[in-house]
Design a protein around this ligand. Structure first.
Ligand SMILES: Cc1cc2nc3c(=O)[nH]c(=O)nc-3n(C[C@H](O)[C@H](O)[C@H](O)COP(=O)(O)OP(=O)(O)OC[C@H]3O[C@@H](n4cnc5c(N)ncnc54)[C@H](O)[C@@H]3O)c2cc1C
Ligand SMILES: NC(=O)c1ccc[n+]([C@@H]2O[C@H](COP(=O)([O-])OP(=O)(O)OC[C@H]3O[C@@H](n4cnc5c(N)ncnc54)[C@H](O)[C@@H]3O)[C@@H](O)[C@H]2O)c1
Length: 507
């Protein structure tokens, strides 16, 4: 009988996942005399570093204390997006009457089936991050255990010492806990435990309306939980365009989420199986009784166990300190991903790992500040953003022209019944140079790529105006932005000139 999986519940899918990303009978190899690169942490950043370096012929050691694949595979992007997909199916089924289908209701929804689907898909995807693949196909020395520095050029794991020329700290981050009296005693879910639920909460309190809170509040509400979403700030998704966040805020309230904004949680107490949250809002006390609490109030870097002082690596509350080339205060040690990045995204961990490889192994001088970073919050509608916001540009003293097209102007969005949203670009004033963009649409995450490509490659809106977009697609909204830019170039003088020419043509 194989050991119980590291990720609960104990199901065949979770056993398969565990066997791939933390095999129970794994035997650590004998360390090489010296490694070109020792990578600590096998999340996205660490896996890209290890696979990339080994693929280029480096001798690489990779150390992971828990599950290879890190947050993204096990407790982040993958399980959350599988559940978001299930929640969309439930929502669509409930709102089909306008398409002529009979109303369906929630009675037929089985939470266990949605969770099993997530576990099955996650286990399948885990093959790419598996221990045996990294050892047998990529030639990486994989050590399972907790790593800590034992000197400026050595790491200790499982009673062994790994000597390195260069090291990469890729240890990621974990859920931060809000300092609320009684919360720890009452118990709460985080991203590490919410995907292990076996029963749908009847009433779920979600603390924090950032991406984690908004995505999962909407998901559980669609599954049929009563959801209270509690946010300290006066609005949700503080980092997003205000108009974009307002559209989502309305959608969440309309779907039945009890949204408590500008609220302080003064205490939590538990009574029988219930948890009681005491809130303060505008001087009033509010009491909410729930059966589960989910916390999503930001991340704390995983640095405590690394003995960073021993290696001369500086750090603070936000993580390992790195320069623009991802080098720490020890010139031979670099860091990438959530442990050092203000942008905590899988694609950013990936992009930083590539920079780390070039700079650490090949004396490259690539800079993080040169990256154009898109992101997307996978609510319904999605909110996707790339580049600067209007405030970023203003703070840099750049004059901006902002253009916005509502989705209600786009035929395909009208036909799909998905008109809630818009596309917006910020241009360098009097030019077609795109500084940043936000899209709110059901599949905004797919649509933002065209604008990311344009910004990354210095293509202005003019290039998009010259690009044919298939009709009818929702991405035509980006072409319409470009057309509206072209119209701004029609000065009264040019208009007079053109109309004079056409008049002359008529004879
Ligand atoms: C619920 C949720 C949803 C998300 N959704 C998205 C999304 O849709 N899109 C997106 O881009 N991002 C998303 N993210 C963010 C994304 O998961 C992270 O940005 C990404 O996983 C960071 O990768 P990383 O390699 O830096 O760190 P991690 O994935 O955290 O990996 C770090 C690894 O290091 C290991 N480790 C730590 N300390 C040690 C040690 N001392 N010794 C050995 N090993 C150690 C850990 O066990 C872990 O496996 C989401 C996050 C959450 C929580
Ligand atoms: N789709 C995606 O790419 C995606 C999805 C989920 C998570 N992530 C990543 O994970 C990271 C963490 O996400 P997150 O949502 O936990 O953090 P966050 O920092 O983005 O948002 C946390 C929210 O919690 C609020 N908050 C803080 N303390 C509070 C308190 N005591 N009471 C009530 N509200 C409080 C904050 O005001 C903020 O709005 C993000 O930075 C993001 O990069 C990305």
């Amino acid at each position: 009988m194989p050991a119980a999986p590291l990720i609960l519940p104990d199901t065949p899918q979770n056993r398969q996942l565990s066997e791939n990303v933390h095999p129970c009978h794994w035997v650590n190899p004998e360390p090489a005399e010296r490694y070109n690169l020792v990578v600590i942490g096998a999340g996205t950043a660490g896996l890209i570093c290890a696979a990339g370096a080994a693929g280029l012929g480096a001798k690489v050691a990779l150390v992971e204390r828990n599950l290879m694949g890190g947050d993204c595979l096990n407790t982040g992007c993958v399980p959350s997006k599988a559940l978001i997909r299930a929640a969309r199916a439930v929502y669509d089924a409930r709102t089909v009457s306008e398409f002529g289908m009979q109303d369906s209701n929630l009675a037929g929804f089985d939470f266990k089936v949605a969770m099993e689907r997530m576990q099955r898909l996650r286990a399948g995807i885990s093959r790419h991050d598996s221990a045996t693949r990294f050892r047998d196909e990529l030639g990486v020395d994989l050590f399972i255990g907790e790593a800590c520095f034992s000197g400026p050029d050595s790491v200790h794991v499982d009673g062994k010492t790994l000597q390195f020329k260069k090291a990469a700290i890729c240890t990621g981050a974990r859920a931060a806990a809000p300092p609320v009296p009684g919360l720890a005693e009452a118990g709460y879910l985080t991203n590490e435990t919410v995907f292990s639920l076996t029963e749908l909460p009847l009433h779920l309190a979600v603390i924090g309306a950032g991406p984690i809170g908004c995505e999962l509040a909407q998901t559980f509400c669609r599954f049929g939980s009563k959801v209270t979403l509690i946010e300290l700030a006066p609005a949700i998704l503080g980092r997003e365009d205000r108009d974009a966040a307002a559209i989502l805020q309305d959608a969440l309230i309309r779907e039945g989420i009890d949204l408590q904004l500008g609220v302080k949680i003064s205490a939590v107490e538990s009574r029988d199986d219930q948890k009681i949250l005491h809130l303060e809002k505008d001087g009033h006390a509010i009491k909410i009784t729930v059966d589960q609490i989910l916390v999503g109030v930001g991340r704390a870097p995983n640095i405590e166990e690394l003995a960073l002082q021993t290696a001369g690596v500086a750090f603070d509350r936000s993580g390992v300190k790195v320069n623009d080339q991802l080098q720490t205060t020890n010139a031979n040690i670099y860091a990438a991903g959530d442990v050092c990045s203000a942008y905590k995204f899988t694609h950013m961990a990936d992009a930083q790992a590539r920079i780390l490889l070039a700079n650490a192994l090949f004396k490259g001088r690539q800079k993080v500040s040169d990256l154009i970073v898109p992101w997307c919050t996978y609510t319904d509608p999605e909110i996707a953003h790339v580049g600067m916001s209007e405030q970023d540009a203003t703070a840099k003293g750049i004059n901006v022209t902002t253009l916005t097209i509502p989705l209600s102007d786009i035929d395909r969005a009208v036909l799909d019944g998905e008109t809630e949203g818009f596309a917006r670009v910020h241009l360098h004033k009097d030019t077609d140079r795109i500084l940043g963009a936000t899209i709110v649409a059901r599949h905004a995450g797919e649509m933002i790529n065209e604008l990311t490509l344009a910004i990354t490659n210095n293509l202005g809106l003019g290039a998009i105006a010259r690009t044919i977009h298939p009709y009818p697609t929702q991405a035509e909204v980006i072409k319409k932005l470009a057309d509206s830019y072209n119209r701004t170039r029609l000065t009264p003088f040019l208009t007079r000139l053109l109309s004079g020419w056409l008049k002359w043509q008529r004879g």
